[in-house]
Write a protein that binds this ligand. Structure first.
Ligand code: AMP
Ligand code: GLY
Length: 429
């Protein structure tokens, strides 16, 4: 597979404390190349597969110190907040190879206007767009449009920054709320107004080393809170891999040549080479990929379904961090994985928190339960920490089998007051 010599007995640090980080810690812990897995800060689930350390995921200096003390040889960044806080820069400066970009390269996620500028420079297909800092110009532009629009806050907004509008009135209200009322604070002082696309949404993942990339399996994510894609936008209420709307190999081949490689070239030329997982949110419009957004990290809950259908990912993580990708990508096992997110009451608007819950241990055969928002209390029990609390993943030879298993694990969770979508992976997508 590779000419690069991989060190054995690796000590790995996973930065973050959600379901994605639980899945990453679980996957690293299964690798024969790994001697120890550490998580900072981790959660109530990661303690079973890693050693948790109470260092916040945005404290770059603290994390670099911890990594040096522990003799960490590979760090993996989970959340976008860690990337935006410059944790990758601090770790690399401390000599720790890191899967996750520098703060500057991570701007492809933290500024939507910057992402669009990169796409334009790289010739990447995306919705037509315009960028505004002031309301009168934005209003004039929106009034002149005849097609449906999406209005987006430029800056990070925890998944609440995109307003998919049905008509011009909606778009005007969204732009006014951001630019005039300051609804999302500094994140919304600049807006991107773009054409609304119709098609199948897919999440694509490339592991990059600054110059080259390998693709991981594609997935579909269920972003709305309620069944039938109703209710408010969330961080994701479920995920499935592979999606059914296109052949995974063809999709990845297209994404690599038409999106990922041109973007890497632009970022390298601009002096911000990209290392780590690049998440491409895209719409498949009549068979053609159009990019909606970039994220500078693995998806959540997509990581929870991707990692269980991959062979040992550690060699590729290591090559990505070392700037030494030199083979093809990891070959998926061919299984299907379905992840169902259990969320606390009130999510996403005002989640209740700190409620006791019980998780089946071991989980039912063919399932994994990743913790997204839990903590252990003194008596060894679990409490929710608010929002999305668990992701129950079913793995099977086909979609129906994987789905049945995932919901079997959901039923075995005892968490009063929580809810989940019933329709994850029920249809196409
Ligand atoms: P973003 O914050 O850019 O990821 O947007 C959040 C969600 O809004 C996406 O996952 C899509 O479901 C939707 N969305 C974003 N941009 C568009 C677009 N141009 N057309 C249709 N839907 C979009
Ligand atoms: N599931 C969407 C995200 O990770 O941004």
């Amino acid at each position: 597979m590779t000419r690069t010599v991989l060190p054995a007995g690796l000590r790995v640090l996973v930065v973050g404390g959600g379901g994605r980080e639980h899945a990453l810690a679980w996957a690293c812990g299964r690798s024969p190349l790994v001697e120890a897995v550490h998580c900072a800060p981790g959660n109530g689930g990661t303690g079973a597969v890693a050693t948790n350390h109470p260092v916040p995921s945005t404290d770059g200096r603290g994390l670099a110190r911890l990594a040096r003390e522990l003799g960490v040889e590979l760090a993996v960044l989970g959340p976008d907040a860690a990337v935006a806080a410059g944790v990758g820069d601090e770790l690399v400066a401390a000599g720790i190879p890191c899967v996750g970009p520098s703060q500057a390269a991570g701007r492809v996620e933290s500024s939507k206007a910057h992402a669009k500028a990169c796409m334009a420079e790289a010739g990447i297909a995306t919705a037509d767009f315009a960028v505004f800092d002031d309301w009168p110009r934005a209003r004039r532009h929106i009034r002149a449009q005849s097609r449906p629009l999406v209005v987006k806050a430029d800056g990070p907004a925890l998944g609440k920054g995109a307003f998919v509008c049905d008509d011009r009135g909606d778009a005007l209200r969204a732009a006014e709320a951001l630019l005039v009322e300051g609804r999302l604070g500094p994140a919304g002082r600049r807006v991107v107004v773009e054409e609304r696309l119709e098609g199948h949404e897919v999440s694509l993942f490339a592991l990059c080393d600054g110059e080259r990339a390998v693709m991981l399996p594609p997935a579909a994510d269920y972003k709305r809170r309620r069944d039938g894609d109703g209710g408010p936008m969330t961080g994701g209420m479920g995920a499935v891999t592979p999606p059914t709307c296109a052949d995974a190999r063809a999709l990845n081949a297209d994404a690599l040549t038409a999106v990922v490689e041109p973007l890497l070239a632009v970022l390298r030329r601009g002096g911000t080479p990209y290392r780590g997982c690049l998440y491409v949110g895209a719409m498949l419009v009549r068979g053609r990929l159009q990019v909606l957004e970039f994220n500078a990290r693995f998806g959540d809950p997509e990581a929870e379904v991707l990692l269980p259908v991959l062979p040992d990912l550690v060699p590729w993580l290591w090559q990505s961090a070392a700037g030494a990708l030199d083979g093809g990508g990891p070959e998926p096992t061919g299984a299907t994985a379905v992840g169902v997110v259990i969320a606390d009451e009130g999510y996403p608007e005002a989640p209740r928190t700190d409620r006791p819950l019980r998780v089946p241990d071991p989980p039912p055969a063919g399932t994994l339960v990743f913790h997204m928002g839990t903590r252990r209390v003194a008596d060894g029990g679990l409490r929710s920490t608010g929002g999305r609390i668990l992701c129950c993943v079913g793995i099977g030879p086909d979609r129906q089998g994987a789905r049945t298993r995932a919901y079997e694990a959901v039923r075995r969770v005892d968490a009063p007051g929580t809810s989940w979508r019933q329709d994850i992976a029920a249809g196409s997508g």
